[in-house]
Design a protein around this ligand. Structure first.
Ligand code: CTP
Ligand code: CA
Length: 220
């Protein structure tokens, strides 16, 4: 594999959490920091890819000349941005922690504290990876992530199939030092006919492992 093995390739990447508004001052979100997605973007860009990084709200920045960042807040906004760039991209990487549900209605004024209980009705968000999986062409390669706490491999395999992915990166929360708040991660990469396990490493090194395996697959 050469240093510039993604020359001429376009990579579409989602990263970070999504925030789903409840009212003008509150939202539903999650603990994703976006570190893994941004590390992947840097790694692809270093290897010559043109990267479109569709990023939910994070504190991260990138100044790489090959990375174009599209900032979004909600799952619906992320989906719109992804739809815009998907057709032209050779590789799709879904690293975002998309909120599965959003409030059914968004209050236009701050919700005032009232009774002892408050119920917020939620509706399902679009599954961006699954929706894109339906339009994937033969020449396109897609990678998803799965964060699991139990039945890890079986759940990840199910997602690989359902979302028509070529590869899924499994993060197990069972591993100490892995997951949201850490700079390290321990992954297993699952393909239809192969499983690769990796040691606990810095997220930047994990990104390299993922990008190197994608490089092997798209270069045959
Ligand atoms: N994903 C997505 N859009 C969603 C939900 C998930 O694109 N609305 C993508 C994620 O970016 C990830 C993969 O699908 O690459 C798996 O996400 P995950 O949350 O693990 O799977 P879900 O299908 O949402 O299942 P669950 O949360 O119930 O485990
Ligand atoms: Ca989910």
């Amino acid at each position: 594999m050469t240093e510039r093995s993604f020359n001429g390739k376009t990579v579409l990447l989602t990263a970070g959490p999504t925030h789903e508004p409840i009212d003008p001052v509150r939202f539903i979100g999650n603990h994703s920091t976006g570190k893994m997605g941004y590390a992947l973007a840097e790694c692809f860009a270093e290897q010559g890819a043109k990267v479109v990084l569709v990023s939910g709200p994070t504190n991260l920045h990138t100044h790489h000349a090959n990375i174009q960042v599209k900032h979004v807040t909600t799952a619906n906004e992320m989906y719109k941005a992804v739809q815009k760039y998907a057709d032209a991209a050779d590789i799709w990487v879904f690293a975002a922690a998309v909120a599965d549900y959003r409030p059914k209605t968004v209050a236009d004024k701050k919700i005032k504290k009232a009774g002892d209980e408050l119920t917020i009705e939620l509706v399902k968000n679009v599954d961006i990876a699954a929706a894109l999986g339906k339009q994937k062409e033969e020449w396109q390669f897609s990678v998803g992530f799965a964060l699991e706490t139990d039945n890890e491999s079986a759940n990840a395999r199910e997602k690989l199939r359902k979302k028509n992915l070529d590869m899924i990166v499994l993060n197990s929360l069972k591993d100490p030092g892995a997951g949201f708040a850490h700079d390290t991660n321990k992954i297993t990469i699952i393909e239809e006919d192969a499983t690769h396990t990796f040691e606990l490493k810095k997220k930047s090194e994990v990104a390299e492992d993922i990008v190197n395996l994608i490089s092997k697959r798209i270069h045959g």
